[in-house]
Design a binder for this molecule. Structure first.
Ligand SMILES: Nc1ncnc2c1ncn2[C@@H]1O[C@H](COP(=O)(O)OP(=O)(O)O)[C@@H](O)[C@H]1O
Ligand SMILES: [Mg+2]
Length: 315
């Protein structure tokens, strides 16, 4: 049985062992912990706990005329509403020891270890991390933002969060910020530099590269050589940053596969109870030949009072 088949059948066993409806949850079942899913040490399953859906509010939007008037190489700054993020259950520095914070502490550890490890000849930079999934709605953006916040809180780590899900960009919206220029604008306008559109935030160690102005050619541009060059430029320019790419789902577009081929590490978000074994298998087969694929088992049941019994294992 291949690694992919083992991983997929393990996930399927976990799904079938769990009660069908979240409402019917009566205890912490096997699916509510982090599990290795395959023989490969780089393939793991993690859980995050279900929290309230995020409803962020706009904070200090940058006026449009200010955006267009921004001088070259002056990175603009946006304010994240950290209190609102905290209220809606997202990771922030002042969150205290929440189960979500603990989940991401465990999820990020192996990613950080590999981020700056010596690169195999011809290997991609480990600090480029792609967050993807089989299908939309599995929690890519949620994971990307929380992982970015969690890593940005570490001493010595700066993070660039890139919204590369260009067909359905949602990082700024989830953070309560208005649309801004970004990735797409750099790809269509060779006079624009990354520094022109990158956003600094009130979390000093976190900056954001938004998806930018929508264009019908968005997914095509994502797979273009211009994008490949841009990813290389990001890697060369920020070798000491963790760069997290919120990306399109693997089963809907082939562009995701192209993007994955430039990444040092992949995080495949699997929505518990919903994603079928077939979808996970298909997604993993899209990633065949790509190193360092990690699975995050997301949206497992939130069972009040027993979070502290969560147990985590890495393969
Ligand atoms: N672990 C989680 N806990 C609570 N809500 C979550 C979790 N993961 C995702 N969500 C919510 O599920 C919805 C879809 O997640 P999102 O990250 O936007 O998916 P994707 O980016 O994969 O399309 C959002 O409303 C998000 O806030
Ligand atoms: Mg998304």
């Amino acid at each position: 049985m291949s690694i992919i088949e083992k991983a997929a059948s393990r996930i399927d066993r976990q799904r079938s062992a769990a009660p069908a409806s979240p409402v019917a949850a009566g205890g912490l079942n096997d699916s509510a912990a982090l599990h290795p899913v395959a023989d490969s040490p780089s393939v793991t399953v993690a859980d995050t706990v279900i929290h309230e859906t995020v409803h962020a509010v706009p904070v200090a939007p940058v006026p449009v005329n200010e955006q267009t008037a921004a001088p070259k190489f002056t990175t603009r700054k946006v304010e994240l509403d950290l209190a609102r993020m905290r209220e809606t259950g997202m990771v922030t520095a002042a969150s205290g020891r929440t189960p979500l914070l603990e989940d991401f502490r465990i999820i990020k550890r192996p990613l950080l270890q590999r981020a700056f490890a010596a690169r195999a000849p011809g290997g991609n930079p480990g600090n480029l991390i792609m967050i993807t999934s089989s299908l939309p709605g599995e929690g890519k953006t949620y994971t990307a933002i929380n992982l970015a916040m969690s890593i940005a809180m570490e001493l010595d780590h700066t993070v660039l969060l890139v919204d590369a899900d260009v067909a359905r960009p949602s990082i700024l919206r989830t953070l309560g910020l208005p649309p801004q220029r970004g990735l797409m604008d750099i790809l269509v306008d060779d006079k624009l530099d990354m520094g022109d559109v990158m956003l600094r935030t009130n979390v000093d160690t976190l900056s954001i590269l938004p998806a930018g102005t929508s264009t019908p050619r968005a997914t095509e541009l994502l797979a273009s050589s211009t994008m490949s060059n841009l990813v290389e430029e990001i890697a060369n320019r920020y070798p000491d940053r963790i760069v997290i790419f919120d990306s399109p789902p693997l089963l809907l577009t082939s562009e995701s596969r192209v993007l994955a081929s430039h990444m040092g590490q992949i995080v495949l978000v699997v929505e518990a109870q919903t994603t079928t074994q077939h979808a996970v298998k298909e997604a993993l087969s899209q990633l065949e030949g790509i190193d360092n694929v990690n699975l995050i088992y997301n949206k497992t049941r939130d069972i009040p009072g027993i979070e502290e019994t969560y147990d985590y294992h890495y393969g």
